[in-house]
Design a protein around this ligand. Structure first.
Ligand SMILES: [Zn+2]
Ligand SMILES: [Zn+2]
Length: 344
């Protein structure tokens, strides 16, 4: 027995040694690089035959956690691809999930706080480079034209450099700048199988702020954007399969702001205090979701952003076991005309 253990340890040590040396040899590095590139660029996320929602950002601006991007939910079907908000780091998540940027139908903004729009330029560029042939539509309530015009202006030189470098065949110039699509709440986008409806939410003093409902082949996903618990939202979310809702955990936030005040950070303590009245207290959502017949409530845009398992546990205090705290890259797959929700 002892001899076997010694033998096993010796073999493992030898393999580790050989491995660590081999990775420094140029031919081995070249081989590994080639296989990695084939895997990354040769694959794309398999297309699910139904409605899929992918968390491309679960964080709020409050709290620093590089493992969570800021607000972003992707809605994907075999024929559609929409992004609802693209906060900081969300483009990295979109690339990690190998989402089909070449067929992006549009970005839909809930409102124009920086944590919802900061990733727009990278998404536009990634989609253009990926092969989109027409200008990217960016949907939003009043104000979206200002945001789109600003991004288009800021990246004008970048577009010029890239067209000069790669040529107009590879990067059609008309597909570079984005197009703002301003809407009034109601049906925003529709074809034979998909209807996207927007509705006002309560993010006072920010107005307008909207949420979205996606209906596809008998399945539905609702995305809140930033809001207090809102009757309007739960009216729009009647019998929805999945609702992604902004959430604030008072138990964590209260400790955070009193600690900030105690160590003399009164400015940031004041800002954190101001945040309380325009996000949904996590404990106010489950009853409303149940009353609306929502199948699965998922909390995202977490205020404050949990940084580890313990702070996630704190966030869940007082919630039933059925509510999910979103993680980046978590995927909710809804087969057509069914009750099933596949979560991975
Ligand atoms: Zn906001
Ligand atoms: Zn926000």
């Amino acid at each position: 027995m002892t001899r076997r253990v010694i033998y096993t340890v010796a073999v493992l040590a030898l393999l580790t040694l050989v491995g660590s040396v081999a990775y420094r040899l140029p031919p081995v590095q070249d081989f590994v690089m080639k296989r990695g590139a084939q895997l990354v660029f040769g694959g794309s996320a398999e297309t699910f035959d139904g409605l899929q929602a992918v968390v491309c950002g679960s964080a709020s601006p409050l709290g620093t956690n590089p493992d969570r991007a800021q607000a972003c939910i992707a809605v994907v079907t075999p024929e559609h691809f929409f992004l609802v908000d693209v906060g900081a780091r969300a483009p990295m998540r979109i690339n990690q999930a190998q989402m089909p940027l070449n067929r992006l139908n549009g970005v839909m903004f809930t409102h124009f706080h920086s944590d919802h729009i900061a990733g727009l330029a990278d998404v536009n560029l990634g989609s253009w480079v990926g092969g989109r042939q027409e200008s990217l539509n960016v949907y939003g309530p009043e104000g979206v034209a200002t945001v789109v015009e600003g991004f288009n202006t800021a990246y004008r030189l970048d577009r010029r450099y890239r067209i000069a470098h790669h040529g107009v065949d590879l990067l059609p110039p008309a597909a570079g700048p984005m197009t703002a699509q301003t809407f009034e709440p109601g049906v925003v986008w529709q074809d034979d199988t998909m209807t996207v409806t927007s509705f006002l939410v309560d993010h006072k003093p920010i107005h307008p702020a909207v949420g979205y409902r996606f209906d596809y082949k008998g399945r539905s996903v609702v995305i809140s954007g930033d809001t207090n618990a809102s009757d309007n939202l739960f009216a729009a979310a009647q019998n929805a399969d999945v609702v992604f809702h902004d959430a604030l955990a008072r138990q964590s936030l209260d400790i955070m702001r009193s600690s900030m005040a105690e160590v003399g950070r009164s400015r940031i303590a004041q800002i954190v205090t101001d945040v309380i009245d325009y996000h949904a207290d996590s404990l106010t959502l489950e009853d409303a979701a149940n009353a609306a017949g929502v199948r699965q409530l998922v909390l995202y845009h977490l205020v404050p952003t949990p940084v580890n398992g313990m702070t996630e546990d704190m966030f869940k205090r007082g919630l039933s076991g059925n509510t999910i705290l979103a993680h980046d890259l978590q995927t909710f797959s809804l087969p057509p005309n069914s009750d099933e929700i596949i979560i991975r």
